[in-house]
Design a protein around this ligand. Sequence first.
Ligand code: ADP
Length: 465
Amino acid sequence: MAKLKVLLASSEVVPFAKTGGLADVAGSLPLALEELGIDIRVIIPKYASVKAAGDSTTIGKNVKVYFAENDDYFNRKELYGDKFGDYKDNLDRFAFFSREILERCKREKFAPDVIQCNDWQTALVPVYLNTLYKYDPFFAGTKVLYTIHNMAYQGLFPKEEFPKIGLDWALFHINYFEFYDKVNLMKAGLVYSDAISTVSPTYAKEILTQEFGCGLEGVLKTRENVLSGILNGIDYKLWNPEKDTKIFKRYSADSLQDKYANKEMFQKEMGLKVDRNIPMFGMISRLAEQKGADFVADIIDKMLNMKTQFVLLGTGDNKYHLIFEKIARKYPLFASISLKFDAVLAQKIYASSDLFFMPSRYEPCGLSQIISFKYGTIPIARQTGGLKDTVQEFDPRTGKGTGFTFIEPRSEGLLSAVKKALSVYKDKPLWTSLAKSVMGLDYSWKASAREYVDLFNRIVKRQCV
Ligand code: ADP
């Protein structure tokens, strides 16, 4: 039987370019699909951060990665914008990328059975396939899966920019691109795709509601029959304290004392009070409204008064930078604040922290809690989206559960979860057994990649539900 041919199109892919979880997924899912016998290829813009020479390379055993080249658009330091805001030509850039995805398929003589598009940056692919390429025999058998990693980023542009897409003005219509008098790329992408997925089963249900649908819940409702949720996995070759070369000392569930050695060395490196018995709370996050960093800021005085330490690595909205800079000044020995993107520091924080904050207002899947598990670091998570699917409340009486949770998006809830966590932390044997048990959880791609293969097969057979 011929191999199923899939092209994964993404604006970020580890190890070439990353701003968030999309890059992790786009860099690791293809490796798992390759293991399952899919002819999987990847395409990404050639940004300045792409060090590979030429217009393609390989990852995994032999997964081809195509680079879409256009120095004017992509040879820049950042992916989507700089300190002055989003790049002004983002629509030109990602319309170009979407066209190039299809043109590259033709040049490579690779006619995918399914193109998996990810988020608004590739949302024009299904639109172009159904308009400009509608009668192109090359794509006669090509279907599109649109994977939503975050409903809040839709690719919105002023109406005046619509001609940049190169399509008839008739499509600037409420049933396609038009969204409150703006151009909405995600909306048109959702309408034209053969199937839609998102990154956790709970988020797949949530986005059909007004609270989480970000204005597109109505469009999604009309496509509910082709919408599904598949939980993200992570690549344990990259995220594994037994093999991690970036942390101070490698450890496993059987050598947890070495995790605490990491904590001490980290405290020393960051100028914090050195004491392995101080519970350390980590947070690694885009600093955006979504992530609930303000809940943490609200409780920080109370929390640090309970003899704890807080370590933040994050970058984003300036208002959060100002809040956390102040906290850093106030608590030099108890708060370490790094307002930047730093992959190596992230690994050290996962390894050194005892607990990990994910107080998100919404969370499509969330990878950090899954990474934390592997490092024996216990998440404190709000029960929403993928967090709900992965973090279960720990019950000290039964020893069941994987973290500490709260429901309402309020700092009071977070504080009570912190208190619950600290009371368990005091009981060292109980804490150790919790840390060991989460390290044994399996969130590799094994199960989820199989679900994607099933979905691809259903799409090809036109049975998307
Ligand atoms: P999102 O994709 O919404 O940003 P996820 O939890 O799905 O959130 O994925 C975030 C990924 O980005 C994780 O791998 C996390 O470790 C990483 N990350 C986030 N902020 C930073 C940062 N400032 N420095 C290094 N890595 C970061």
